[in-house]
Ligand binder design. Structure first.
Ligand code: ATP
Ligand code: MG
Length: 370
């Protein structure tokens, strides 16, 4: 991990033309868990308005959960404020009341896991600017406000894990992650066709390039798939498309969605997400992913691309980069709010692009894309 990171840091430094001093790190995987916690405080000045210190205090009160030493809080977000028993308040500052309550969503991660990341950053001389749950990062770059208001499930299907973030009434309400990913599909292809993992990966990517839409009808029309252009070292140049799609890939997709379904059930929010699933991560592009998901989960599903920001190169508008762009958003938001005192995010992004930094990012990303 250190070696790979070292290389990408060097590459980034060469492109940016100056040394990196810090990094925002997305974390995910089965060591992530979440809970919703309630906090109550007395408003400091009952005659006056609730101020931001009251809000900080009530969130701090909600944070006070008993946590084993093996777990650490990485994120606390408010879901709902309640002033003198009246709920449904997203921003309590400026309201009057004597008692302030908050419902929060808290994400925790394994201490060991975070320590390992810290150690790698330290070895590279980078300061850790903060951990962000990968599912939340992907949600930030892809979900619409309407989806979040109505209730939606972000599912980021990576190589080795699937990060899940559920939004209800506009707020993050459940976060979790499962230990299965698109690499398992590569594995299945390798075993099923008796080829190396490298060849299996090439076949998998080739397949999604060839079968963009109408998987079922293409499989019917084109019985054999030709791999000549891939120049695989093995002696497989043609396979039955039906075998590949229906017998090798489909069972794994079904397993993946059954596990996702179990997570949704576990969250308790299954009946509150009419916007359905938005899937991101490279694995979201696997042939049959959306169709299988609709069938198993029984909710609408769309592919999520990081289009919540403007000014990015086309290549980035891809499900695979959802969490990266989310992290970028998070970082720029943080830097801009703390250093320049900007409040409005749209303004930040606009100033950001006008200021030319976005151009740098563009080039940065352009060169990063293989
Ligand atoms: N066009 C595509 N079709 C099918 N699968 C794809 C495609 N593009 C990428 N993938 C798969 O997506 C996976 C990588 O996705 P992604 O980049 O989101 O993962 P990651 O963030 O590196 O992993 P993780 O989140 O698990 O740590 C790989 O298994 C890759 O084979
Ligand atoms: Mg990922």
């Amino acid at each position: 991990m250190t070696k790979a990171l070292e290389e990408s840091v060097e590459k980034a430094e060469r492109m940016a033309g100056h040394k990196l001093t810090g990094a925002y790190v997305s974390v995910g995987g089965p060591h992530i868990s979440s809970l919703n916690s309630h906090g109550i405080v007395a408003v400091s000045n009952p005659q006056g308005e609730i101020n931001s210190e009251d809000v900080d205090r009530v969130i701090e009160a909600a944070r006070a959960i008993s946590l084993s030493s093996t777990r650490k809080i990485i994120d606390v977000s408010s879901r709902d404020f309640i002033v003198d028993g009246q709920g449904g308040i997203k921003n309590a500052v400026g309201m009057s009341g004597v008692r302030l309550e908050v419902d929060t969503h808290i994400i925790t991660a394994s201490t060991t896991n975070l320590k390992n990341i810290e150690r790698v950053l330290e070895d590279l001389g980078l300061e850790n600017e903060g951990f962000v749950f990968a599912g939340k990062a992907s949600a930030d770059s892809t979900l619409t406000n309407t989806e979040k208001e109505l209730g939606v499930i972000l599912v980021d299907i990576g190589g080795g894990k699937i990060d899940i973030a559920i939004y209800v009434d506009g707020s993050l309400s459940y976060s979790s992650s499962i230990a299965i990913g698109a690499r398992h599909i590569t594995n299945d292809i390798a075993v099923g066709l008796r080829v190396s993992l490298d060849s299996a990966e090439k076949i998998k990517l080739h397949l999604s390039k060839k079968l963009k839409q109408n998987v079922a009808s293409t499989v019917k029309k084109t019985p054999q798939l030709n791999f000549n252009e891939l120049n695989l070292p093995e002696n497989v140049n043609e396979v039955s498309l039906k075998t590949l799609v229906d017998d090798i890939i489909a069972p794994r997709l079904e397993e993946i969605f059954k596990l996702i379904f179990e997570e949704i059930e576990k969250s308790g929010f299954g009946q509150m997400v009419p916007s359905g699933l938005v899937i991101t991560g490279g694995g979201a592009l696997t042939v049959g992913m959306v169709e299988t998901g609709k069938r198993i989960i029984g909710l609408p599903i769309r592919l999520g691309v990081p289009d919540r920001v403007s000014g990015l190169v086309d290549e980035i508008i891809d499900p695979q980069y959802a969490s990266t762009v989310g992290l970028l958003l998070w970082g720029s938001n943080n830097i801009m709010t703390s250093d320049a005192g900007f409040k409005n995010f749209n303004k930040i992004w606009k100033d950001f692009s006008i200021g030319g930094s976005i151009g740098k990012f563009k080039n940065f990303f352009k060169q990063f894309i293989p």
